[in-house]
Design a protein around this ligand. Structure first.
Ligand SMILES: *[C@@H]1O[C@H](CO)[C@@H](O)[C@H](O)[C@H]1NC(C)=O
Ligand SMILES: *[C@@H]1O[C@H](CO)[C@@H](O)[C@H](O)[C@H]1NC(C)=O
Ligand SMILES: *[C@@H]1O[C@H](CO)[C@@H](O)[C@H](O)[C@H]1NC(C)=O
Ligand SMILES: *[C@@H]1O[C@H](CO)[C@@H](O)[C@H](O)[C@H]1NC(C)=O
Length: 521
């Protein structure tokens, strides 16, 4: 088997989805998904996309907290595929049945094919987890709901994009912006006077977006599994990999209105539109499109600080989200991670604290499980950005189970960043401009910071998260901006203690492909 195949193994799971043996008391939902190539023309001209059951985007997965989801995935493309929520890649022309439980989650998520640029070709979809009937939600039940998957798009297929990066070159600016697979034309219909839920995710690979509805405000209720304080916005920024849920009341005259997404911090600005139709409307939406922020960084940072946890609202379990008082927990370690763009061997690479990540031949998780030496060295990456030129390496930060850690993302580049952590959601306690120093802690929100799995870092700015590492394993901390991740802007956090326990770490799947050095042991 080729090296690239080994690299696909044991990418970690999406925050919170537990691949434990299914629990028989909770309901089961069965799906069969056939993954194929197919011709799509989202920007007018035909290109090769990745379809699930013939659909682009893929089917919406609707379920309820604690449901057991059984998905038989049939891989009909010529490359290994890996879906976000699991660790086992599926070889071409074979199938694999994923079993997982949507444990302790309510909210708007997405699934996608998480390796080798498949996300740039399709294979993604909405993943909605609704509350169990015993859980009350902090807003009146809406009259209906809509999913909007918004993302930048390239006319080149994923192999073309990958080839360009492998040759050491950057990607050009995306060719367009799509909502549910099209730059315009989609329609959502509702009745005057009623309130609807809109689930909006940024499924792109490169650019932040702004979302707005002509003539209407949106009320934010949830981000990535946390109920927020219900603030009203004219428009909302959503960064790569993030999801939000908003309520919209149809309280204007009966006609059609534009729903707009536009790219942030880019030149030119790309727009995508859909239409919100009032039932009975005969009037098309009127131009101009509602204007949104384009390059305004300060505007976005200010908005980000208003996205806060509703401490008294339920989470997936009937206890208030604020019952866990993170302010009182001692921080055991501070890690400052600086991203840089660099050239190594005359090729474009991205590095974190001087190391541009490369996968080892033996998958990290197997090396760890089988105590194989020489695959990685714990803490080869420093806790603070070191001086000197970046090198290639396999960065693993060693931590202990239940460590409460402060991670500062320091972005000295002129591009907005988006960072995702697998396995755990985190508190987003602060955003600021310039260089982070310890004094910045005085500005942290230590009362009602939002909990999510992906955080943006503004140009020449920092963002701080606090995370309780409560799940054993090797967890990927990565740029959600796909080019950066592909070219090294990622690392792993090893969360460990001395006991072996099925309750703190998913056991190695019995059919795990043993490879690299693990094959010998
Ligand atoms: C593959 O699909 C077949 C038929 O749909 C099913 O019976 C079988 O269990 C699947 N295999 C795996 C490994 O999931
Ligand atoms: C917070 O949640 C509570 C309890 O469900 C709800 O009554 C309240 O309106 C929410 N507050 C805000 C500001 O969203
Ligand atoms: C796209 O949106 C931006 C930002 O609101 C605006 O400046 C631009 O004119 C729009 N382009 C088109 C073609 O409407
Ligand atoms: C690896 O080492 C740990 C601690 O030294 C031990 O508990 C564990 O059983 C070892 N695992 C294997 C597969 O040898």
């Amino acid at each position: 088997m080729s090296r690239s195949i080994f690299l696909l193994i044991f990418l970690a799971t999406l925050a919170g989805f537990t691949a434990l043996p299914a629990n028989s008391e909770d309901p089961y939902r069965y799906f069969t998904w056939v993954v194929t190539y197919g011709k799509i023309s989202p920007l007018g001209q035909p290109q090769q996309g990745i379809l699930i059951n013939g659909q682009f985007p893929g089917p919406t997965l609707d379920c309820v907290t604690n449901d057991n989801i059984i998905v038989n995935v049939v891989n009909k493309i010529d490359e290994f595929i890996l879906i976000t929520w699991n660790q086992l890649p599926i070889p071409p022309n074979t199938n694999w049945t994923y079993k997982m439980q949507t444990k302790d989650q309510i909210g708007t998520f997405t699934y996608f094919l998480s390796t080798t640029f498949h996300r740039a070709a399709g294979g993604f979809g909405a993943f909605n987890i609704n509350q169990r009937s015993v859980i009350s939600i902090p807003y009146p039940a809406p009259s209906g709901e809509f999913n909007l998957l918004v993302g930048d798009w390239y006319k080149a297929n994923h192999k073309g994009l990958r080839k360009r990066l492998d040759s050491g070159k950057a990607l050009p600016f995306p060719n367009g912006l799509l909502i549910n697979g099209a730059p315009q034309g989609m329609r959502f219909t509702g009745q005057k006077g009623k309130t609807y839920k809109f689930r909006v995710s940024n499924v792109g690979i490169d650019t932040s977006i702004n979302f707005r509805i002509q003539g209407h405000t949106v009320t934010l209720i949830e981000v990535e599994g946390s109920h927020t304080q219900q603030e009203v916005y004219e428009s909302l920024d959503i960064h790569v990999g993030q999801s939000v849920t908003v309520l919209v009341t149809l309280n204007r005259e009966v006609k059609d209105y534009f729903i707009v997404a536009s790219t942030r911090f880019t030149k030119p600005v790309l727009n995508a539109t859909t239409v919100l139709c009032y039932e009975g409307s005969t009037a098309p939406p009127s131009l101009p499109l509602p204007v949104g922020p384009t390059c305004h960084v300060h505007w976005s940072m200010k908005q980000a600080r208003t996205i806060r946890l509703n401490l008294t609202a339920n989470a997936a379990r009937p206890n208030p989200q604020g019952s866990y008082r993170y302010k009182l927990i001692p921080i055991v370690r501070t890690i400052v991670l600086a991203n840089t763009e660099t050239q190594i061997n005359n090729k474009l690479r991205y590095a974190v604290n001087g190391i541009s990540y490369v996968d080892p031949e033996t998958p990290l998780k197997l090396a760890d499980y089988f105590n194989i030496s020489g695959v990685f060295t714990l803490n080869s990456i420093k806790d603070y950005p070191p001086p000197g030129s970046p090198l290639l390496g396999t960065s693993v930060i060693g931590t202990n189970l239940h460590d409460f850690v402060e991670i500062v993302f320091q972005n000295n580049e002129k591009y907005v960043q988006s960072w995702h952590l697998d396995g755990s959601s985190f508190y987003v306690v602060g955003f600021g401009s310039g260089q982070w120093t310890k004094d910045m802690r005085r500005r942290y929100n230590m009362d009602d910071a939002i909990v999510r799995h992906t955080v943006q870092v503004y140009p020449r700015s920092w963002s701080t998260i606090l995370v309780s590492l409560d799940k054993k394993g090797m967890w990927n901390l990565r740029s959600a901006i796909w080019v950066r991740r592909y070219l090294g802007q990622q690392l792993y956090i090893r969360v460990w203690n001395d006991e072996t326990s099925l309750y703190t770490e998913n056991d190695i799947p019995t059919n795990a492909l043993l490879c690299g050095k693990a094959k010998l042991s």
